[in-house]
Design a binder for this molecule. Structure first.
Ligand SMILES: Cc1ncc(C[n+]2csc(CCOP(=O)(O)OP(=O)(O)O)c2C)c(N)n1
Ligand SMILES: [Mg+2]
Length: 814
């Protein structure tokens, strides 16, 4: 193996003195520039040019030291304090930092979030517009920041785990475009207070067990906003509290370093040794960086004088890292005070220029919109004498706005149109869609521009929830399942088992893991025997840790793998929901499509037995996981087809298999590894004329039972399986069915108003289904309480066939 740690040297004996000095001064310059960005950034907020700011002042020196050891191919998962790291690694410029602070939506100006995230949430590109993974081996890779404390931890585990997989899984070794033999380290940062979160502990425990190249830097500034360390951490010290995790001879575990944030040389030494070791041995490491300061307090939302005692504030001034670094440089004769003062002055100028550029770039296009709007409104005024004065006033106010936003432009145009609508003497009328209908030519021009800007803004603010390029899920071609004449009939779980066997044979990038998934092949035997066949590195057991199983999957998916991560029962999804909702579901949106992690979450649910083994929290899933696809196959053949579809796309998804479907018989398709079930396309599984019954998953079997019963009375039911809840019926097939039947009953085993409410909204409002109704539409759902145990409990808690039959009869009689 190539020496993975070559080049990580800051030893003056190995570098020429000049080179060493140059590097130190460059670091000093980076630290000073970053400090200036913090100081100026805060001013921008206080003067109203930006809405909110959170800055990295006080954390500069640790971060320039950390950045020295971050190599191309490495990954970063951190939080909002790491601007210095982003600047020092070249992942962000100071101008971009200000663009993001202003929320500039132009991706050329804020390439990290296109104005969608608060400042200091950095992200480098991971995929191209068509969802193809970029050359991550030769770039420094920052995964998109997120605000919930410790939310970076779960994905960090997965980013590091991928290196282990690339190093150890035989079939992954040829993927040299994705990994350099697993030599990549995931750098993860966290604040001292955020280590109180369960995320931190679960991640650390998993990393200690798994032995992955994860380097965690704890920025210990003694506070989480106003709450001091002693209320956060056992023994008031995270490295003390972590001692039992320390790796020893012959054990697994992690290495722990303690360093001081003002000690530039000490940190360089510790980081060098720690990173060298983690890269080589995959033993995780924690750097407890103590005595960090926070000169400007937590954020622009308040002042730290409210909670920090004056002695602490005094201490922070005295032990400011940049001040100490300056003293160290002078003491070691690396530069004179004058040299350093010059660097500081240059840093001020540079940051001010960057700020000015960012502001101009942000305001430029808006000013063009303002100028054009003013012109159009003034023109309208000339043609509308009765409202001329008010229109002139509108134009005047907009034109005089010194810091206009896109919102103000649109609001002003709308107001002008409202005035025109009110008529005045000209009788101007512009349609409610603000389109080109009616009104004078001048009014139509205003309306047309309003429309144009609305479209433009929608493209800026309302795109990229899902992948929009060549690997868009709706572009995956449909390949129908084909059956041999003598196709065997198997149990559902056996269908899946054969499917996964073929999948793991053909697709080396797929890995599957979860509780009881490896050795016994999952609790319903979908993977039975497959670990022995495909290897314990590809199909494996994990600890009971849903949160970090999800994070592990997310991180691996970031790195070009196609993980299938299990939640054993859907009822336990809540434990893993936070990273799915906050991180995964928002990822493409918050990076405007530059990052994606196409994780497939596999779980099983719907009716079985008892409060925690029969859940169907589909409303919860639908409303917390926009940004994932939600697949609810009625049987395992449909599930296999959906897996095939998902694996061709670039989006994440959750697959909910029917718990009570594993032992139902199904015919085995001949093209198991190839056929696809298109997402968003419902299937009519029983044709009928009188009433449309809409459902999915396990409940469909009860719906079919009911349809069968009422047929004897001459009632013809059309039964529709929606197949996927997100996307939902993209061709409006349910609407087409309603045209024929004029009656609709939605059956769902979630709580009242859950998924049934979602379907109702889609069909009635989005599809306009109400137009064809002869009777009031209905839903039948589970009860509001959790389902009681046993068959009777299930019967009286979940929808049953008799309820459906009665509802159909009532609706037919209405
Ligand atoms: C889950 C969650 N809870 C609360 C917050 C509000 N919040 C933002 S930062 C913060 C304190 C974090 O302190 P620490 O981890 O020490 O980082 P520091 O800001 O001191 O660098 C809190 C409570 C949040 N962002 N996320
Ligand atoms: Mg803190």
């Amino acid at each position: 193996m190539e020496n993975p740690v070559a080049g990580e040297v800051l030893d003056p004996e190995k570098l020429s003195f000049d080179k060493f000095r140059e590097e130190v001064l460059k670091d000093y310059q980076s630290a000073c520039e970053s400090r200036e960005a913090s100081l100026l950034g805060r001013k921008e907020v206080l003067t109203g040019k930006a809405k909110f700011g959170i800055f990295g002042d006080g954390k500069e020196v640790p971060q320039v030291a950390m950045a020295k050891f971050f190599r191309p191919g490495d990954f970063y998962a951190g939080y909002y304090r790491d601007q210095t790291f982003a600047f020092a690694t070249g992942a962000a410029t100071i101008e971009e930092f200000f663009s993001q602070l202003y929320a500039d939506p132009d991706p050329k100006h804020d390439p990290h979030s296109s104005g969608r995230q608060m400042n200091a949430h950095f992200a480098t590109p991971f995929v191209d517009q068509d969802g193809k993974v970029l050359d991550l081996v030769n770039s420094k890779n920052l995964t998109a920041g997120l605000a919930p404390t410790a939310a970076q931890m779960p994905k960090a585990l997965g980013l590091a785990y991928a290196s282990k997989a690339f190093r150890e899984v035989e079939v992954l070794k040829p993927f040299t475009e994705l990994s350099n033999q697993g030599n990549e380290v995931c750098f993860c940062t966290i604040g001292d207070a955020s280590t109180s979160e369960g995320h931190f502990w679960e991640t650390l425990n998993a990393a200690g067990v798994l032995q992955v190249p994860l380097a965690i830097f704890v920025w210990d500034d003694g506070y989480g906003i106003s709450v001091p360390r002693k209320l956060q951490t056992t023994k008031g010290s995270i490295s003390e509290a972590l001692k039992g995790f320390q790796k020893k001879e012959g054990t697994n575990g992690i290495d722990i370093f303690r360093v001081k944030a003002w000690d530039y040389a000490g940190m360089c030494e510790a980081f060098e040794a720690g990173i060298r070791s983690v890269r080589l041995t995959h033993t995780p490491v924690v750097f407890h960086v103590e005595e960090v300061t926070q000169p400007q307090g937590h954020s622009t939302s308040g002042s730290h004088e409210r909670y920090k005692p004056s002695e602490r504030l005094e201490w922070e001034r005295e032990w400011d890292g940049i001040k100490k670094m300056k003293e160290w440089i002078i003491d070691n004769d690396l530069a004179t005070e004058e040299d350093l003062n010059e660097i500081e002055t240059a840093a001020k100028d540079f940051v001010r220029d960057s700020r000015n550029l960012a502001w101009e770039k942000y305001q430029g296009p808006i000013r063009v919109q303002v100028a054009h709007s003013v012109e159009l409104i003034r023109d309208l005024a000339q043609h509308s004498p009765d409202i001329a004065e008010q229109l002139q006033q509108l134009a005047q106010t907009l034109g005089a706005n010194r810091e206009p936003g896109r919102k103000e432009v649109l609001q002003t145009l709308h107001e002008a149109l409202e005035l025109a609508n009110a008529g005045g003497a000209t009788g101007v009328v512009v349609g409610p869609d603000r389109g080109n209908a009616g009104g004078s030519a001048a009014a139509r021009d205003v309306a047309a521009y309003y429309q144009e800007l609305k479209k433009e803004n929608a493209a800026l603010y309302n795109t990229h929830l899902y992948h929009e390029g060549a690997r868009n899920i709706l572009q995956v071609p449909e390949v129908k399942a084909v059956y041999a004449d003598d196709a065997p009939t198997l149990n559902g779980y056996e269908i899946l088992n054969r499917y996964f066997d073929q999948l793991f044979t053909h697709n080396p990038l797929v890995l599957a893991f979860g509780e009881d998934l490896g050795k016994i092949g999952d609790v319903n035997q979908g993977f039975a025997g497959l670990q022995a066949k495909h290897g314990a590195e590809r199909i494996f057991d994990t600890g009971i840790r849903e949160l970090t199983i999800m994070g592990q999957g997310i991180g691996m998916a970031f790195r070009g793998l196609r993980p299938i991560a299990e939640i054993q029962y859907i009822d336990y999804l809540l434990y893993g929901l936070q990273p799915l909702s906050d991180d995964l579901a928002t990822l493409q949106y918050r990076t405007a499509g530059r990052q994606t992690a196409p994780l497939i979450v596999r779980t099983r649910g719907h009716r079985l037995e008892g409060i925690w083994h029969s859940g169907s929290p589909m409303g919860l899933i639908l409303h917390s996981l926009r940004g994932l696809h939600v697949c609810v196959p009625r049987n395992m053949v449909q599930a296999a087809g959906m897996y095939n579809t998902l694996l061709q796309g670039a989006d994440p998804a959750i697959m909910i298999e029917c718990l009570n479907g594993y032992r139902l018989k199904e015919k085995l398709p001949a093209n198991l590894a190839e056929f696809t079930v298109p997402l968003g396309v419902p299937e009519i599984i029983r044709e009928g004329e009188d009433i449309t019954l809409v459902s999915y998953g396990a409940t469909l079997r009860i719906v079919q039972e009911a349809a069968q019963v009422v047929e004897a009375s001459g009632i013809s039911c059309e039964v529709i399986d929606v197949q996927t809840l997100l996307p939902f019926d993209i061709h409006h097939l349910i609407f087409e069915s309603l045209k024929k039947t004029s009656r609709i009953l939605i059956v769902d085993e979630d709580v009242p108003g859950g998924a049934a409410g979602f379907i109702f909204n889609k069909v009635m409002e989005e599809q306009g289904g109400y137009k064809w109704l002869d009777t009031a539409p209905r839903t039948i759902t589970a009860q509001a309480h959790r389902p009681a145990y046993s068959s009777d409990g299930d019967y009286f808690s979940k929808p049953n066939a008799e309820q459906i039959i009665d509802a159909i009869r009532e609706m037919m009689a209405e």
